[in-house]
Design a protein around this ligand. Sequence first.
Ligand code: RB5
Length: 144
Amino acid sequence: MIALGCDHGGYNLLGEIRAMLDGKGLEYRDFGAFSEESCDYPDFARAVAESVASGGAERGILVCSTGIGMSVAANKVRGVRAALCGDCFSAEMTRRHNDANILCLGARVTGAGLALKIAEIFLETPFDGGRHARRVAKITEMEL
Ligand code: RB5
């Protein structure tokens, strides 16, 4: 299950991401926002981050105008490793090396075609483990 969230700035792009997930038959839960009416991105970052951190969702995708606010907010939740990605290489590497569990996208920064490719790569790429597991464990230790 993939947890989805956006604010008004990310609403349209998240719609395209939902359509991509539908096309692949991937299950998701959309935590809103459900319109382009102005709203507060931390509310949706928190809902998605808590869903991922609790194990309710394996991954999350958050979209706001820049992706920055969503990533800052989501990373406040213990167990979350949210990565703001604007290119395919970063999306691949943050899965392989950081075991990132939430992808953040900036709808005013990254075009829809690229954003969908980034999301696909994020969802399909496994964690490399090995020495990267030791490094991720050190990040987790910082939360204690
Ligand atoms: C909303 O205007 C904007 O601040 C938000 O979408 C996001 O970019 C915050 O980081």
